[in-house]
Ligand binder design. Structure first.
Ligand SMILES: [Mn+2]
Length: 334
């Protein structure tokens, strides 16, 4: 079937910024317009989805370097067009996609950095748009969850789903509560989230200690092991998890730890794990999550220095965004 969208490489289309040369452009994600991370500026652009770099990796317990991922995501996105043939949508027309730059991260001051993250994400939520937060390490959901929690208010509920090889339920690590191993433990403390609306999908490996398994069980958080995805299939498991996360809530948040994907497909991450999801499985999961319309998303733990020279990890992460937005726009395609 023929697309309803106009051609992209005619002079007229190129002049709108929708076409043109791959290596030219403003250096923003997908050559989208760059805007200030302020509510009014985002509203004036009519943006419904906003790329936000969050170059914070001061909370990692293993390998840092994810602070450079937002730059790399913008760099590799040079290859891609805003038109997605798999969904027959143009991300600029459909979502008014913009790039709000990077959150100001303060060296050696994690608290001020977290406050800045919360403020920037809150500005985007206030504009009625979905923040696409590119980490950064997996402590990001702590300030992002705070921002969402305050925006939806104490009388409403939200759900939280994270895709990860790791459970990330460590109550504290050597006394520190805000590490990239602890976001689930902080999230469950928020006043407007119930553990029955929380899920972790893709768990496996030799890095999850017994106290974290106990934390999951004692709090009644939903957990789906990688072996369950192998047995039941990704569509069945993700549909099950989404039903629990969205049951009776007003909004939900999805956090993608890049290590949920098998290290063979996505090596450029803090703690690479084998035995994980294939690139096809993660993209199907992104599409299904998008169809349920999350209020906010993040992708974390991408590390350019550990990526393959072709930057395949960051390229795949771009497709996380494309397939989530594709699912959001279409409700999913068969
Ligand atoms: Mn992880």
């Amino acid at each position: 079937m023929a697309t309803k969208h106009p051609d992209m490489f005619t002079a007229a289309a190129a002049s709108t910024g929708h076409g043109g040369l791959l290596h030219s452009g403003p250096g923003t994600f997908l050559k989208s317009p760059g805007v200030a991370c302020e509510t009014k500026a985002i509203q004036e652009h009519g943006a419904k989805a906003v790329f936000l770099g969050v170059p914070f990796d001061q909370a990692t317990i293993y390998r840092s370097g994810s602070s450079l991922a937002p730059k790399m995501m913008r760099f590799v996105s040079d290859q891609y067009l805003p038109y997605l043939g798999d969904f027959d949508i143009n991300l600029f027309d459909e979502f008014g996609l913009v790039d709000a730059g990077d959150v100001p991260i303060i060296p050696a001051n994690a608290e001020r950095s977290r406050n800045n993250i919360e403020e920037c994400v809150g500005n985007i939520l206030d504009a009625g748009a979905m923040p696409i937060c590119i980490g950064g390490d997996h402590s990001l959901p702590i300030p992002i969850g705070q921002a969402l929690s305050k925006r939806i208010g104490p009388d409403k509920k939200f759900g939280y789903i994270h895709f990860d090889a790791h459970i990330d339920c460590q109550p504290d690590f050597h006394g520190e509560p805000y590490t990239n191993w602890s976001h689930m433990a902080r999230m469950v403390e928020l006043p407007n989230i119930d553990a029955k609306n929380m899920a972790v999908v893709g768990v496996r490996g030799a890095t999850n200690p017994p106290e974290q398994w106990r934390f999951i069980e004692e709090n009644g958080i939903n957990l789906y092991r990688m072996r369950e995805i192998r047995r039941r299939g990704v569509e069945d498991v993700v549909a099950d998890a989404l039903a629990k996360v969205t049951d009776g809530v007003d909004a939900f948040y999805v956090s993608w730890d890049s290590d949920v994907v098998d290290a063979a497909f996505l090596p450029g991450t803090d703690g690479p794990e084998v035995g994980g999801m294939t690139s096809w499985e993660i993209l199907k999961a992104c599409e299904m999550v998008g169809a349920k319309k999350p209020a906010v998303m993040d992708i974390v733990e991408l590390i350019p220095a550990y990526d393959h020279p072709s930057y395949i990890s960051h390229r795949l992460a771009c497709y996380f965004i494309f397939h989530l937005l594709g699912g959001m726009a279409t409700g999913g395609v068969s």
